[in-house]
Design a protein around this ligand. Structure first.
Ligand SMILES: [Zn+2]
Length: 300
């Protein structure tokens, strides 16, 4: 049984988005920008602002938000991954000599898309990097929990800030099929890998809220409850019996195994999490069960 604090309330929950966007300083000179749905991170270095991601719906707020807190121009943009919803505003950022950093496989993906909204990176890397720029140190950690082309986690060790896009949404269970992960194996392992770092603020890429360690931990607990539940229910099924019902149509039997496991797991998980600390169970838990059935039966 999961154990969680039902009374948990995010202490810095944001509700005032009357200006259309919000900027919040999570550490000195380190800012989260949100429109209530998407998030970017930017920080000063003394030698120009580094920006992580440029979601199209957020991009018109980026320059004013930066100018509001510093005289430094935006000189560097880091792509967390190649998906258009998080970097589709990149063509509108900075002046022509913007440095764009991405992992090599993400850069190759972006280059192949030939999408004018997503400029080709100017600097790529293949192994984890520690970068010093001005007075700031930040790490670029290669991951793969979400995008098949790779994800980059940005970590500021001195400020205890981590940016890991599309793993969790604070206050919510993950979006459809675990945030549409393209690698369930890497997704399951990402929680422990990231929690091994010392961070206070966790920038998830979505919602108006800054996540904390609790949000990563409770989402890990939920995710592994889905995994264990699906694995047990799938293991208890009488395959002979289910397949025998459609002896002339083997694929109908396989579909039945998927459907029955998904349905039973969803019902059981809802009984535990529907009144829990995260919203969205009625929306997404069925998709989580289905995604996990496919993983458990064919990959695990
Ligand atoms: Zn994505």
């Amino acid at each position: 049984m999961p154990t969680f604090a039902r009374t948990h309330v995010q202490p810095d929950h944001i509700t005032d988005l009357t200006a259309g966007f919000l900027t919040r300083e999570v550490a000195p000179g380190v800012f989260v920008l949100t429109n209530g749905n998407y998030q970017s991170l930017f920080f000063t270095t003394g030698e120009g602002v580094v920006l992580v991601d440029a979601p199209e719906p957020l991009v018109r707020f980026i320059e004013p938000a930066v100018a509001d807190v510093t005289d430094e121009p935006i000189t560097t943009l880091v792509y967390s991954h190649g998906h258009s919803d998080h970097i589709g505003g990149a063509h509108l950022v900075g002046s022509g000599d913007l440095e764009i950093i991405a992992e090599k496989s993400t850069a190759e993906f972006v280059e192949s898309k030939q999408d004018p909204r997503r400029p080709v990176p100017t600097w790529t890397f293949e192994t984890d990097q520690t970068i010093r720029k001005g007075f700031r140190t930040f790490q670029l950690i290669r991951e793969g929990f979400h995008s098949a082309e790779g994800d980059v986690v940005v970590y500021l060790p001195d400020e205890k800030v981590m940016v890991a896009i599309d793993l969790i949404g604070p206050g919510w269970v993950p979006l459809h099929a675990f945030d549409i992960t393209e690698n369930m194996y890497r997704y399951l392992g990402a929680f422990d890998r990231l929690l091994a770092y010392d961070f206070d603020a966790f920038i998830s890429g979505h919602t108006a809220d800054v996540a904390r360690r609790y949000d990563v931990e409770i989402t890990e607990e939920y995710t592994f409850d889905v995994y264990e539940t699906v694995k047990r229910i799938h293991g208890e099924l009488n395959f002979e019996e289910l397949l025998a019902e459609d002896r002339d149509n083997e694929q109908a039997g396989i579909k039945k195994i998927i459907d029955v496991t998904t349905e039973r797991a969803t019902e059981e998980l809802k009984s535990r999490w529907l009144d829990g600390p995260m919203k969205g169970v009625e929306l997404w838990t069925e998709s989580h069960s289905l995604a996990m059935v496919l993983y458990v039966r064919w990959t695990d």
